[in-house]
Design a protein around this ligand. Sequence first.
Ligand SMILES: Cc1cc2nc3c(=O)[nH]c(=O)nc-3n(C[C@H](O)[C@H](O)[C@H](O)COP(=O)(O)OP(=O)(O)OC[C@H]3O[C@@H](n4cnc5c(N)ncnc54)[C@H](O)[C@@H]3O)c2cc1C
Length: 327
Amino acid sequence: MTAPVLVLVDHTEAGAVRAPVRELLTLARDLAGGAGVHAAWAVDGVEPTADVVAELAALGATHVHRVVADADLHLSAVLSEAIASLLDATGAGLLLVVSSFENKEMIARLAVATGAGVITDADGLALVDGRYVATKTVFAGTWTTACAITAPLAIVALKPNSVQPVRVDAAAAPQIGEHVVAVSDKARRVHLVERTERPASGRPDLGSASIVVAGGRGTEGDFSVVEELADAVGGAVGATRVATDEGWIGHDAQIGQTGVTVAPRLYIGVGVSGAVHHRGGMQASGTIVAVNSDPDAPIFEIADFGVVGDLFTVVPQAAAEIRRLKG
Ligand SMILES: Cc1cc2nc3c(=O)[nH]c(=O)nc-3n(C[C@H](O)[C@H](O)[C@H](O)COP(=O)(O)OP(=O)(O)OC[C@H]3O[C@@H](n4cnc5c(N)ncnc54)[C@H](O)[C@@H]3O)c2cc1C
C-alpha cells in the first residue's frame, strides 16, 4: 500500500527552505513509492520563488501547493485547518513535518480534528506491512522504540539530522497549485497582534544544527570560548540549564529535558558534567565529544571522544587548529 505523502515546507522569513525539509522530502520520496510527493508552502506573507520550486522538485516534490488562508497561517489553529483541508484534497496518507515546538502544537490539533495517529520526535520512518513505523528514543535517550501508526492517516514529526538528504537524478517540473482555505470561527479566536524577528546570530538554528557546541558551569560564564569553537566548526551554541539560569546565555539555548532536544551529527560539551536532565536532550547525537577537567564526569560515559583538561586551555587550541586546517 502506498499513498501520496504531504510534506509541510518550513521556510525562513526570507523565503528559504529550512534544511530539515530536505530530509523530509527525501524520506517522502521513498515512502510514497511513486504515489506523489506533495509539498505544502504556507503563504504567510512569503511566496515560494522559482528557485524554491526548483529546489523542492530536485528533492522529489511532484506537486507544490501554495496554501492560502483567510487568517494568519502563523497561528497553529489556522495552519492545522488549512493542512487538514489539503490532506483531504491530495488524498495523502502521511503528513511529514519537521519536529519543532510550533509544528508539534499544530499536528496535535490536526490529529484531534482528523483522528490521525501522531508520532513526534521520530528519528526514522519506514512502511512495514502497510503501516508506517517510526523509531524514536525515549526516557532521556536511554531506549529506542518503534511505534506503528494504526489509523488510516499518519502524521510524523521528524527530528532534524535523521535522514541524509538525497537529490533526484532528473527532476521533473512539479505541478504547482493554489489551495485556498476559509477557516472556521474557532480558528479565529486568537489574533496575532505582533511578530518580531529575533536578531540573527549568524549561527545555525540550535534545534536543527548538524554541529552543536554546548557550554556548562565549567565556563564560569565566559561563553566566548564556546562561541569561538562553534564558529570554527560552523556550529550552533547550546548550554546547560545552569548556564541559562545564571543568565550567561538566553534560555532558548538550553539543551535538555526542560529545554531543546538536539540530535546533531556532532555534539561538543564544554565544561558540561552530563547530568541526566541534560543528557535527555542530547544523547541521540551522532558523535559526542566532551571537554571536562574531571575524569569521572558522567559525560565521559556517553562520549565517543573525551579530553580531560581545562577548557580554557583545550578549547581555544582546538578552535585555532580547526581554523588552521580549514585554511
Ligand atoms: C526538573 C529538572 C529539570 C532540569 N532540566 C535540565 C535541562 O533541560 N537541561 C540541563 O542542562 N539541565 C537541566 N537540569 C539541571 C541538571 O540536573 C544539572 O544540574 C545541569 O545540567 C548541570 O549543568 P552543568 O553540567 O553546566 O553543571 P555541573 O553539573 O556543575 O558541571 C560542570 C562541569 O564542568 C566541569 N568543569 C569545571 N571547570 C572546568 C574547566 N575549567 N574545564 C573543564 N571542565 C570544567 C566540572 O568538572 C563539571 O563536570 C534540570 C534539573 C531538574 C531538577
